[in-house]
Ligand binder design. Structure first.
Ligand code: ADQ
Length: 478
């Protein structure tokens, strides 16, 4: 039987105490349903890298160490100082170096070497995220003919931004070695098609299937979701746990919750500023409202991240300094991860979910917040229009996160929203959640990657530039 190989930067081995992140959440259903092999970095840095395999139930986990220079150049360097900021529209934060790019390519070659040792000809390979864009190219160069798919969890910016990345013409066209390239939203997929049209002269009419051949690359949109019903059940139980009850009892009244990794794309400092403006304009809420911001640290070795850590800490301190009373703290800022159960309970207890990233592939926190609400007395979701989730969540209060005054007005509207409107909005949001439940996501992608019949291809909004994407400078028009 064909096995499914999942390849990603980090591997979440069950019970190994991994850092929280979206990838683990979205792959859970696929790992439960199919025998999978998950390969990636162990999280360890070693001068003499080791590769080892762990088996858990019907799945295997192959993890390999990185050399210190690989960690610097591939992970801290090209992936997180170039691709992450640029793909989140932050050209101003990108720090490009040729050395980092060669480290990035080297690690992709290393992953390809590890893979060819274990892959059989009919195995299906599913590569995840921006760390591994050139992996299919490296595998094809080793003679592999397997079905290989790629899913980008983060946004893809328009070609006007992407082409500012030095050496983009070496990297982005290498996506043409995948059979299927999947995105979170139609906007991301359209940006990719526009890039191909502008840079490679490929036709940009996305609804047209062009070209045939074994490796005609196709584009699809596969929005990630969560396990909706199980999360709703978890929240119902979690709200009764001792810890969550203790938090609820300690609150003076209304609760606003924000849950974000400490990352500049999540817009945490502007969110605090919006809350500060809400407080300044609404003194009737003094002593009656709390904003709980839960923010586990991430990528602390990178300068922008450690700078942001202190910026967020001082914004929270500034607001508390200006507005606190001996009996009231307007902001509770918590710098640690919580279990999913505790998070679910806290979402359920919160009257407002404040999710305002500057740019986000999808944003699962918005989805978890909606799933956790009691339909008879639901809270209100305030959501950035620049999160992928905004495409599906038209009934959230959609805001521009760059405009703290507008976000402050949305907070005031949310905390005063009548029950009837809250229920109507929540019903629409919950229906949207079910439409893209994660239990179907992996299968949708895998079916599109390995279609049992030709007619399935109609389901894709697809585009194929031909058997292989031409090298830059040798663009062909079809
Ligand atoms: P992330 O940037 O990690 O994911 P997100 O989609 O919000 O962002 O997922 C974060 C996950 O981590 C959520 O499931 C959340 O519950 C969990 N989490 C956050 N803070 C936590 C805490 N303090 N304790 C415990 N758990 C916590 C990337 C992309 C997103 C995309 C996902 C999935 O950046 O845009 O939605 O992948 O594709």
């Amino acid at each position: 039987m064909a096995r499914i190989f999942i390849i990603s930067n980090r591997v979440a081995i069950p019970g190994a105490g991994n850092q929280p992140g979206g990838l683990e959440v979205v792959l859970k259903a696929t790992l439960r349903k199919h025998p999978c092999v998950w390969l990636g970095w162990s999280g360890e840095v070693n001068a003499k890298p080791r590769t080892r395999t762990v088996t858990h139930r019907s799945n295997s986990y192959i993890v390999t160490d990185l050399k210190p220079e690989d960690f610097d150049e591939y992970y801290n360097g090209f992936a997180n100082r170039v691709l992450w900021p640029i793909f989140h529209y932050r050209l101003d934060l990108a720090e490009f170096s040729r050395r980092d790019l060669s480290g990035y390519l080297r690690v992709n070659e290393h992953f390809a070497d590890e893979l060819v040792k274990v892959l059989k000809h009919d195995d299906i390979v599913w590569v995840h995220d921006y760390h591994l864009i050139p992996l299919a190219k490296a595998l094809r160069a080793r003679g592999l003919n397997n079905r290989i798919g790629f899913f980008l969890h983060i946004p893809l910016p328009p070609p006007e931004i992407l082409t500012a990345m030095p050496n983009h013409e070496r990297l982005i066209p290498s996506l043409g070695d995948y059979d299927l390239v999947g995105f979170q939203t139609d906007g991301d997929a359209a940006n990719f098609a526009r890039y191909l049209a502008k840079e490679l002269g490929a036709p940009s009419h996305m609804s047209l299937r062009l070209g045939t051949g074994d490796h005609a690359m196709r584009i699809g949109t596969f929005p990630v979701g969560i396990e909706t019903h199980p999360f709703t059940r978890l929240a119902r139980q979690a709200v009764k746990t001792a810890f969550v009850k203790q938090v609820i009892e300690s609150l003076p009244g209304t609760l606003i919750i924000g849950v974000d990794r400490l990352d500049y794309s999540k817009g945490i400092t502007l969110k605090l500023e919006a809350y500060e403006r809400f407080l300044a304009a609404n003194p009737q809420w003094y002593g009656k409202i709390t904003y709980l911001q839960i923010t586990p640290k991430s990528r602390s070795a990178i300068k922008e991240y450690s700078e942001m850590e202190s910026a967020v800490g001082s914004a929270a301190g500034r607001i508390n300094g200006a507005y606190s009373e001996a009996s009231w703290t307007p902001v509770r800022y918590v710098n640690r991860p919580y279990s999913r159960t505790t998070l679910a309970g806290l979402y359920a207890a919160a009257d407002v979910g404040l999710v305002t990233p500057m740019r986000d592939g999808m944003n699962l926190v918005a989805k978890e917040y909606v799933a956790a609400q009691d339909p008879e007395n639901p809270g209100v979701l305030i959501l950035s229009r620049f999160a992928g989730a905004a495409d599906e969540f038209r009934d959230a209060l959609l805001v521009n996160p760059y405009d703290p005054d507008a976000v402050a007005v949305a907070i005031a509207r949310a905390v005063a929203m009548p029950l009837g409107e809250r229920k109507a909005r929540h019903a629409e949001l919950y229906a949207a959640l079910l439409r893209n439940d994660i239990s179907k996501w992996g299968d949708k992608f895998l079916k599109a990657l390995n279609p049992p019949e030709k007619k399935d291809e109609k389901a894709l909004r697809n585009f194929a530039p031909g058997p292989a994407v031409p090298e830059p400078g040798r663009a062909t028009r079809q």
